[in-house]
Write a protein that binds this ligand. Structure first.
Ligand code: UD1
Ligand code: MG
Length: 468
């Protein structure tokens, strides 16, 4: 196998996005499109990866800082895709083998299609291999012009690629398009690029012109046609961003369904590429599972739940309209409806969190319950604890956060405030409406409310006073 070098073009302005943000940093299915392209490129196990940046180079460079081992080269000014590849020349000095050229704005490409491009390129010993697609609506794309003998029939030799703006009316009829994804033989590539001119409608150096340069020199140029044209859809506008995102999302949902997950309505289910879901889990409509979330087997995730960077164990249930971030829900536990688990919430096996409960940096032990209208912040709660409705852990004194510890078997009566730092001991009771300022020993009952007084006849007396 020859070495593989990847170059990704991402220097263009992305004018049609009408955005202050570089185009390739817009998200597709939860990930910046450039990150999707880098992930696909990595599947080729390349010897090097070079990203060509230009417009808003610094923003892009900063966004790429997390990806190790990348060459980042700057194209300034941006004189077209041919010129963009030329700026990678120094980064590839001494390289040999196959150069795979990807576009930062074509994020839905599958690794298998990319591999078939490389395989064909190597097997045919071509100078260049172009990935093409047959589409019903070729508008906006470069068209593949094949040799005169049978210009429209795929299978004939490719002669050149013509951009939409330079195409004759009959060339615009061609439905085979250039994906902007190519494999090139490194030897001779940069020298051939220097032969490209700018006499075209946009006055730019067009990378696709390499096809006619190579053909003019009698070198082999091959094509590979992707079976699913959705994969090579480029993103140039917000409408295309939405269309490609939808395709990527539906592909992920289809993969999960094929693996044994029930998705009631794939059209309204949003699952990022890096999310894992176990078999026999049921996902109801309007659910978002984001950023590396993992869901176990046999779970049920009800409508309106948004789960971000969290781990859900087997047979757990997330009821309607929960927001769960950076948290863990262990097997057999149940959360919601309308619960908000903020970062660091841990729900141990079979524990239950109910309506309008907010948690943050808190652990609810196995079998424990907090069913209604409660705030648990910086709380460590043991097993089989019952937290009554309206309980508040007062964790913040205006300067720092403090911990509330509730040991196993304790019972916290409704409408209690636990003023941290404070500990409620094993099997202790906190009476309803108690303000707990001091530790409660194991087995004790804490009460703070005064004795109740009933003022007999008070209502009648008040009526006499106010006249009704
Ligand atoms: C390009 C192709 C077209 C193909 C289409 C597929 C050319 C001339 N045309 O058109 O045949 O059908 O892609 O999506 O190549 N870029 C740079 N530097 C530049 C210009 C562009 O790095 O000077 C980058 C852009 O950031 C983008 C990619 O190259 O990631 C493609 O550029 P774009 O302007 O989107 O080209 P298209 O008009 O889509
Ligand atoms: Mg484009």
């Amino acid at each position: 196998m020859p070495d593989i070098h990847v170059v990704i073009l991402a220097a263009g302005k992305g004018t049609r996005m009408k955005s202050a943000r570089p185009k390739v940093l817009h998200h597709v299915a939860g990930m910046p499109m450039i990150a999707q392209v880098l992930a696909t490129a990595a599947k080729l196990a390349p010897r090097s990866v070079t990203v060509v940046v230009g417009h808003q180079a610094e923003a892009l460079r900063a966004a790429l800082a997390g990806h190790s081992g990348l060459n980042v080269v700057v194209q300034e000014p941006q004189l077209g895709t041919g010129h963009a590849l030329l700026t990678a020349k120094d980064a590839l000095a001494g390289a040999s083998g196959t150069l795979v050229l990807l576009s930062g704005d074509v994020p839905a490409l599958s690794a298998s299609s990319l591999k078939s491009l490389v395989d064909r390129h190597i097997a045919t010993n071509a100078a260049a291999t172009v990935m093409t697609a047959l589409v019903a609506r070729p508008e906006g794309y470069g068209r593949i012009v094949r040799t005169a003998e049978a210009a429209a029939a795929v299978g004939q030799q490719i002669a050149r690629i013509v951009e939409e703006k330079d195409a004759t009316p009959s060339e615009r009829e061609i439905q085979e398009i250039n994906s902007g994804i190519y494999a090139f033989e490194v030897a001779g590539l940069f020298e051939a690029l220097e032969a490209i001119g700018t006499s075209n409608a946009q006055g730019e150096y067009y990378l696709p012109d390499l096809v006619s340069v190579f053909r003019g020199r009698g070198l082999g140029v091959e094509t590979v046609t992707v079976s699913n044209p959705e994969e090579i859809q480029g993103i140039n506008s917000r409408a295309e961003l939405a269309a490609v995102s939808r395709n990527v999302r539906l592909r992920k949902n289809a993969e999960l369904m094929a693996a044994g997950v029930t998705i009631e309505d794939p059209e309204t289910t949003y699952i990022d590429g890096d999310v894992a879901v176990g078999t026999d889990t049921v996902i109801h409509p309007f659910v978002s599972l984001e950023r590396g979330t993992t869901i176990g087997e046999g779970c049920e995730i009800h409508s309106g739940a948004r789960i971000v960077s969290s781990r859900i164990g087997d047979r757990a249930v997330v009821l309607n309209h929960c927001v769960i971030t950076d948290s863990t829900i262990e097997h057999g536990a149940s959360v919601g409806p309308f619960a908000h688990l903020r970062p660091g919430s841990v729900i141990r096996p079979r524990a239950k969190v109910g309506n309008f409960v907010e948690m943050k940096k808190s652990t609810l032990g196995a079998g424990s319950k907090s069913m209604h209208l409660t705030y648990l912040g910086n709380a460590e709660i043991g097993e089989n604890v019952n937290i009554g409705a309206g309980t508040i852990t007062c964790n913040y004194d205006g300067t720092s956060k403090h911990t509330t510890i509730i040991e196993s078997g304790a019972f916290i009566g409704s409408d209690s405030q636990l003023i941290a730092p404070v500990t409620v001991g094993r099997e202790a009771y906190v009476g309803t409406g108690t303000t707990v300022r001091e530790d409660v020993p194991p087995g004790a009952l804490a009460v703070s409310a005064g004795k109740q007084r009933n003022l007999e006849g008070w209502v009648e007396k008040r009526k006499d006073k106010v006249g009704r």
